[in-house]
Design a protein around this ligand. Structure first.
Ligand code: FAD
Ligand code: SF4
Ligand code: SF4
Length: 481
């Protein structure tokens, strides 16, 4: 296809894959977008103007070669498009589904003023879904097997991406995870209507088939100390994510039926996976028929409100202390939630919880935004005597996450952390202050995104390889493959 046959943005409008109607999608936990058909993916890819300086690529954390795989898709050369797309990303079909594209690649697509961006994420998903379907994705078989081993703590996207990259280089890799399934927040945090679980399980199986060993239900700090694992492996990667929920005090905050977001989402995800979940089955964590109030304005809050809708809640309200323009969550997710019947209470902050033993109401203080401070952000401040009382049978706190105290948890007081509790690494080598102990993903950045975890996992794999090679100094120890 010539360049002339690209640049179709002047003729073809932007079109996302069809979204299921709100009435239908509220009834289940399946993804809300239908698949692109081949012709539509080709047509949408052909809208790309093949920019000389592709800002989409610059703003993709993985610097994916977007213009090339769009052109190959438009030309119907999907297997080559898959090769290009998978060269920089270990889970393109997952990023294509859940990256906040409006803030990353698509938000920086500069076709031309007046024309909407290329649907980059949907095409990326389409390419790799097709690759799975057609059997183009094969287990990793390294050219040579190395005898050195790497232990990875955490089977989230950072740990999984690092494991695949290290296997490509021939390392023996073991991933330890305290959960019973691999995937980290992609399994127990993010709900199925954004990312169906079999998509994540397929990536896990791919690693198993590539001879990555998994020790699930293995909690470092309980089942082994960090030092014990360091004895066992040539290098260690800590990719444990951040899980300590930020809390909310105030009158009544100790009442029953006020839950942290992850407690609520994990129960719902486990239920969907077919696990026995007593707290859900006895109704405690099931929103069916209840008035639900979610506190927070990020993507975790959006996942909670939309989960409550699907569980059959009587009403779902979201309280956020700033306004719509200043919320951290993605615009697309707020739109989806509103379509599904969620009511947003902007400029509202909880001021207390009412009830005898169990919460019955939330007292919501009305706020206004003050003049911007030195950082340029408008601080919310309460409006005198403006308080509303909202009915609530369940309250979910989605206020963000901090790291757990890893030096104590891992029985390793020498492990250095930052003042935020994240692991301190040398950003050139990704190594902590402990020799041969590396770190990646949310435990280094703080709560972030899957695409950044993948990027960090890949970088950590490179850094570990350089470290092991430098240590060996002598010719590589190569065992018979
Ligand atoms: P995690 O995914 O958290 O994985 C860490 C793993 O380490 C876990 O499996 C955990 O069990 C394991 N672990 C922890 N401690 C130990 C221990 N002591 N021993 C053994 N194992 C341990 N990002 C997006 O890009 N798009 C989204 O739409 C999106 N939605 C989100 C929705 C929710 C509700 C949440 C909470 C997050 C969302 N994110 C989203 C963020 C994204 O999920 C994370 O940034 C990403 O998963 C971080 O990857 P990670 O590998 O660093 O950590
Ligand atoms: Fe866009 Fe995310 Fe894909 Fe990068 S990985 S191209 S940011 S959807
Ligand atoms: Fe194509 Fe948009 Fe990227 Fe330009 S910025 S190369 S038009 S996708």
């Amino acid at each position: 296809m010539s360049e002339k046959q690209m640049l179709q943005f002047v003729r073809v409008d932007k079109q996302m894959p069809e979204k299921r109607g709100a009435g239908e999608r509220k009834e289940d936990f399946h993804e809300i977008y239908k698949d692109f058909i081949e012709a539509k993916a080709e047509e949408q890819a052909s809208r790309c103007s093949q920019c000389g300086v592709p800002f989409c690529q610059v703003h993709c954390p993985l610097h994916n070669n977007i213009p090339d795989w769009l052109r190959l898709t438009a030309e119907g050369r999907l297997e080559e498009a898959y090769e290009v797309s998978s060269a920089t990303n270990n889970m393109p079909e997952i990023c294509g589904r859940i990256c906040p594209q409006d803030r990353l690649c698509e938000g920086n697509c500069v076709i031309e003023k007046g024309f909407e961006s290329v649907t980059i994420g949907s095409v990326e998903k389409y390419i790799t879904d097709t690759a799975w379907e057609k059997g183009w994705i094969k287990p990793v078989t390294p050219r040579v097997e190395r005898e050195e081993s790497v232990g990875i703590i955490g089977a989230g996207p950072a740990g999984m991406a690092a494991a695949e990259q290290l296997r490509r280089k021939g390392y023996q890799v073991t991933i330890y995870d305290r959960y019973d399934r691999a995937g980290g927040l992609m399994i127990y945090g993010i709900p199925g209507f954004k990312l169906e679980k079999d998509i994540v399980m397929r990536r896990y199986q791919h690693l198993v088939d590539s001879k990555v060993s998994f020790e699930l239900g293995f909690e470092v700090g309980k089942d082994a100390t960090l030092d014990e694992l360091r004895e066992k492996h040539d290098a260690i990667l800590i990719a444990t994510g951040v899980y300590k929920a930020r809390d909310l005090g105030g009158p009544g905050s100790g009442l029953a039926n006020i839950f942290p977001a992850m407690t609520y989402l994990t129960a719902s995800n486990r239920k969907g996976l077919g696990d026995a979940v007593p707290d859900f089955e006895d109704g405690t964590l099931d929103a069916d028929g209840k008035n639900v109030v979610v506190i927070g304005g990020g993507d975790t809050a959006m996942d909670c409100v939309r989960t409550a809708v699907r569980q059959g809640a009587k009403s779902v309200k979201c309280l956020y202390r700033r306004d719509r323009q200043n919320m951290p969550g993605s615009v697309r997710e707020v739109d989806n939630a509103e379509e599904e019947g969620v009511e947003f209470k902007w400029l509202s902050a909880p001021d207390g919880f009412l009830g005898d033993n169990t919460v019955t109401h939330v007292r919501a203080q009305q706020m206004r935004l003050a003049a911007p401070d030195a950082t340029g952000r408008q601080k919310p401040e309460p409006i005198k005597n403006a308080v509303e009382t909202i009915e609530a049978d369940i309250v979910i706190k989605a206020l963000g996450f901090d790291p757990e105290d890893l030096p104590t948890l891992f029985d390793c007081p020498d492990l250095q952390t930052t003042r935020w509790g994240t692991i301190r690494v040398d950003h050139r080598t990704m190594m902590s202050n402990l020799d041969g102990v590396f770190a990646a993903g949310d435990i280094v950045r703080g709560a972030s995104l899957v695409v950044w975890a993948v990027k960090d996992g890949r970088d950590a794999a490179e850094a570990i390889h350089s470290y092991v090679q430098a240590k060996a100094k002598a010719p590589e120890k190569v065992a018979a493959a």
